[in-house]
Design a protein around this ligand. Structure first.
Ligand SMILES: Cc1cc2nc3c(=O)[nH]c(=O)nc-3n(C[C@H](O)[C@H](O)[C@H](O)COP(=O)(O)O)c2cc1C
Length: 293
């Protein structure tokens, strides 16, 4: 986390000991222009027992109070609360939900089609098979079977590195954080990715925040495999851009995408000569150890 500047400090003597209430400012302008985070903390000795954070991007235009005013209000109320019932602050109060701890795969495959047995799912199984052949663990996330809600644009992930939306996203975030390879398998829907995959892509802003705020780096290399009904390059223009931006945002280095069109006529990817080999060779190239220098 960046070094912060203490704006206000108040010391409070109580029967439970001496508490310090601190309001600090972090300039997060390197993440987004003008982003400032205010953190209000109560500590007892060296131990932080309560934390509240708010940033300037959370506050929509026209709000009655800005982030700084919100932090000032919390500072005053917290000082009052600590003085009047210090026993509540004798132990740390943790508000974040931990991510799943272990069992993360080497290869993460995001299967973006709502069709459980469609072309993208078939391609995902080829990628899974290739990872297994290389002796690596892999996991296909069938996004349509998961409860993933749309990003609400609250920006609170930039406060603590956690997202407040309570759904099935945590295992995906945890897996991407430690994966060495990410494969996105998706059909083209109205020129871009299906809405379920788009929701995951947007919610990965949380991972971007973890990288920036908690300095959790993502080291994966990425591959897009997309299918489309129409023939030619045109159906893929937007999907390659969207998935490219997604990877770029997270610092994932993308390989050249594998794109298979004309499926309105061909129907089944299994019948496209050489496609399975092409996909598996692309995955294999990412699995190979590489000189990182
Ligand atoms: C709602 C919807 C929108 C689609 N939009 C496009 C499109 O814009 N361009 C295109 O070439 N194909 C489009 N398709 C066709 C799919 O990309 C194609 O059928 C693909 O093979 C489906 O992959 P899947 O079997 O993995 O679901 C669309 C299909 C659906 C159901």
């Amino acid at each position: 986390m960046s070094e912060n500047t203490a704006e206000k400090v108040r010391s409070i003597e109580t029967p439970e000991g001496t508490f310090t209430i601190r309001l600090a400012l972090d300039d997060l302008g390197e993440i987004y222009p003008g982003m400032i985070r205010y953190t209000v903390e109560a500590s007892r000795g060296a131990e932080t027992v309560y934390t509240y954070a708010v940033n300037s991007y959370e506050v929509p235009p026209g709000s009655l109070i800005d982030a700084r005013q919100a932090a000032e209000i919390v500072f005053s109320r917290l000082a009052h609360d600590v003085a009047s019932r210090p026993e509540r602050y004798a132990r740390p109060r943790v508000f974040t939900r931990p991510l799943p701890g272990s069992g993360t795969p080497d290869v993460v495959i995001l299967q973006g089609s709502p069709r459980r047995f469609g072309n993208s799912a078939r391609i995902a199984s080829w990628c899974d098979e290739e990872a297994a052949r290389a002796g690596l663990s892999s996991r296909v996330f069938f996004l349509q079977e998961m409860d993933i809600r749309a990003c609400i644009g609250c920006y609170t992930c930039y406060n603590y590195g956690y997202c407040p939306v309570d759904d099935d996203m945590p295992p995906i975030i945890r897996a991407l954080e430690s994966a060495s390879v990410l494969v996105v398998c998706t059909p083209v829907y109205t020129g871009t990715v299906p809405s379920g995959l788009k929701a995951v892509i947007d919610r990965c802003q949380w991972l971007h925040a973890r990288e920036k705020v908690l300095e959790r780096e993502v080291h994966a290399r990425g591959l897009l495999v997309a299918v489309a009904g129409r023939r030619g390059a045109e159906p893929f223009v937007c999907v390659t851009r969207v998935v490219g931006m997604f990877m770029e945002n997270l610092g994932i280095r993308p390989a050249a995408p594998v794109l298979a069109g004309n499926l309105d006529r061909i129907r089944d990817v299994e019948t496209i000569a050489g496609l399975r080999d092409t996909v598996q060779a692309a995955v294999r190239a990412l699995l190979a150890p590489r000189d990182e220098g």
